[in-house]
Ligand binder design. Structure first.
Ligand code: FES
Ligand code: FE2
Length: 374
């Protein structure tokens, strides 16, 4: 632990620079160390509001989706009324991970080990033969005390967030700076039109977040896919837990799903720690979910949304998924090289960042350091 305190001290020492002066990146250990990764799970992901899934995937009662957040197995469940619950995904008997794959359990969740079964509300309904053959009762054992352990959660639009520690500020308060930036999106008209599984990216989760936040790379890395978004029209956004960038095109083309390029005004917004929303005016949005798997591994998904009444044919949905797959792969290639760069002793202290284009990414890094300090 002294090692982590030492890293935090180094971050603090580099933190203050004159306004407009060059900024420092984060030391290498923040992207490579198992100890830092473990502490992030607890202090960054378990103590804040972390994105874990998409409500539209749980429209059918009985749907169960296992996820990982804060390094722990969680289970998202849709009850008889279609309401979403989140529980720790462990059987209260011997601690087996209860649900391993997305499925529909109909009315109850049964443990594959000794067949304890839980209702969709998490209540333990049966502990067969626990006290002897055909006897469930055991002195001192109460089924009421052994239901699945609920996790504090909210469903906000299509997005499911958890606060595992249970003591973060209310979601409303926490998300206020983000909601402020999101106002230009008519969320009542959001419709999911596709999901892309981007697989496991060989980099630390923070490289993907930072890459989304800073606009500096866009005209270079996405020189074809984002040819219509020149650097001069970009600016950064920093407001508490909301960090990102915007691009307001002087010459807004009315890009639709049929387009194979990004040439519209847009907002690239993140809410600490892992919520990522792209708004592509006037009628598209996308959310991606980054799940840290290890210091140098991150799983990523993206859900695409239409905003408004526009009809998307199967063909146009496919084209849009293909465009976004390409854009993400361009970013992944860069993020993986950033990870490899951190094996060099030259980058031990984290390099330098532009006060103009990378101040919001730097703000994200400071939130990470503050969270680690706890
Ligand atoms: S571990 Fe689940 S029923 Fe025994
Ligand atoms: Fe990018």
């Amino acid at each position: 632990m002294a090692v982590i305190e030492n890293i935090i001290e180094r971050c603090d020492a580099q933190r203050h620079s004159a306004p407009g002066a060059v900024l420092s990146g984060l030391p290498t250990e923040l992207y490579t160390s198992e100890a830092v990764f473990d502490r992030e799970q607890e202090r960054v992901f378990a103590r804040n509001w972390t994105l874990i899934g998409f409500a539209h995937e749980l429209a059918t009662p009985g749907t169960c989706i296992p996820v990982t957040a804060g390094g722990q197995p969680l289970l998202i469940v849709s009850n008889e009324a279609g309401e979403i619950g989140v529980f720790h995904n462990v059987c209260r008997h011997r601690g087996l991970k209860l649900v391993d794959k997305p499925c529909n359990v109909k009315q109850s969740i049964t443990c594959p080990y000794h067949a304890w079964s839980y209702g969709l509300d998490g209540a333990l309904e049966a502990a067969p033969h626990f006290g002897g053959f055909r006897i469930q009762e055991v002195p001192g054992f109460s089924r009421a005390d052994n239901g699945l352990v609920p996790v504090r959660h909210v469903v906000w639009h299509d997005w499911i967030f958890v606060n595992i520690s249970g003591d973060a500020p209310s979601f409303e308060e926490y998300s206020r700076p983000f909601a402020e930036q999101m106002k230009l999106l008519d969320t009542s008209k959001l419709r999911p039109i596709g999901k892309i599984d981007l697989g496991e990216v060989k980099c630390n989760w923070k490289f993907l977040m930072e890459n989304f936040i800073e606009p500096y790379h866009v005209p270079i890395v996405h020189d074809e896919t984002a040819a219509g978004q020149p650097l001069k029209d970009h600016y950064t956004i920093s407001n508490g837990v909301c960090l990102g960038s915007g691009v307001d095109l002087e010459d807004q083309k009315n890009t639709t799903a049929q387009s194979s390029h990004l040439d519209m005004s847009a907002r690239y917004l993140t809410m600490f720690p892992n919520f990522v929303l792209g708004i592509y005016l006037p009628d598209q949005a996308g959310v991606h979910l980054n799940i840290p798997v290890g210091p140098d591994r991150t799983r990523q998904f993206r859900v695409l949304y239409s905003v408004g009444e526009q009809h998307y044919t199967d063909e146009s949905k496919k084209a849009l998924c293909a465009l976004w797959y390409d854009v993400h792969k361009e970013d992944h290639a860069i993020a993986e090289l950033l990870q490899e760069g951190r094996t060099s002793s030259v980058m031990r202290d984290g390099g330098v960042m532009s006060p103009h284009w990378e101040d919001s990414a730097h703000g994200f890094q400071q939130l990470v350091v503050d969270a680690l300090r706890g």
